[in-house]
Design a protein around this ligand. Sequence first.
Ligand code: MN
Length: 410
Amino acid sequence: MKSWLDIDPASDFSIHNIPFGIISNASSNKHVATRIGDSVIDLYALSKLDAFATLGVLPDVFNSNFLNDFIGEGKVKTSAVRKKIQEMLTDEKSILKQHSELLIDIADVQVHLPVKVNDYTDFYSSIEHATNLGKLFRDPENALLPNWRHLPVGYHGRASSIVESGVNIHRPKGQTKPVDGPPVFGPCKLLDFELEVGFIIGKETKLSDSISTADAEDHIFGLVLFNDWSARDIQKWEYVPLGPFLGKSFASSISPWVVTLEALDNFRVAGPTQEPEVLPYLKYEGLRNIDLHLEVSLEPEHAVETLISVSNFKYMYWNMSQQLAHHTVNGCNVQIGDMMASGTISGKDEKSFGSMLEMSYGGKKTIPLKEGGERKFIQDYDSIIMRGHCEKDGIRVGFGEVRGQVLPAK
Ligand code: MN
């Protein structure tokens, strides 16, 4: 596929990608858009030229604050829209080529939260991360709890505090417990990020229905980068016995362009061998992991960023299909726009750890920064930037970035 549009070969937003997001500018409300290179295309404006009329997708679907209605059209239609955009970008005679004013510089628009997230679940599916955390929080000898290799552990997170890239986060306040002495209240001292990938539900189920691993991908619209901001000192004191609560619910940040599962198809790889064998409802066939290169940088205020982690989504022990099969095996229904996050994605060596808790070995080691200085956890005015892309045979499909700056406690 070759476009008439000049696209930087290093761009995450190649013609093979065509993600979906929400934009606005001074003269228009929020609309569904796609991104190509450093341009965006307002799909409402394009649809009003009858670009998608033959696909049975009406312009109103694109005139929306969120992608939910568009996603609700179903994969047959949304993937036809994506293919139609690719066609228009390659066809010299296309309506898009004739109306090149529909290509807007990314710098001239505002990019918003892409989906209305009704429910959010966070998994814990990286064996390296679960092992590292088990060692730090509990027992170095028996880091993994007995259930871990038998089911994708997860908890119900908070959807209301999911924000888009660029929204700054105030350091949370809460209750923590000094080693000796009673609990105290104040700003979190051990603020951290978690490098994760989230997937967005594209097809709902009814209450009491379950999704099989074979059907799971029909229910996944697309993926985003996900920063699960974490207050480790609050978490440590509150998490027993019901799991994460205020140490997590203050904010999670996502990248604004939803990359479709379809666009990631070329980058599938086998997951790790699961031992012991899983129960029948968690068995799956085919390549269900994705070779998605991930990076995290920390940028102090008025300083250059330092790359502090390089990881990969392919390390996941439990894949998305297994997570969804497990999530719904009890009859829990899912809705369009629900967010399912992977859990922190860590690799085997310390350069691939997906949180500062792991990198600093619970605050025992420092992480050096490029222009001097060091960190164990996030300081006020630090920005955390996560980036991710797939690349194979000269084809690149990426997510751009999710960025957030930490401001002092309010
Ligand atoms: Mn998490």
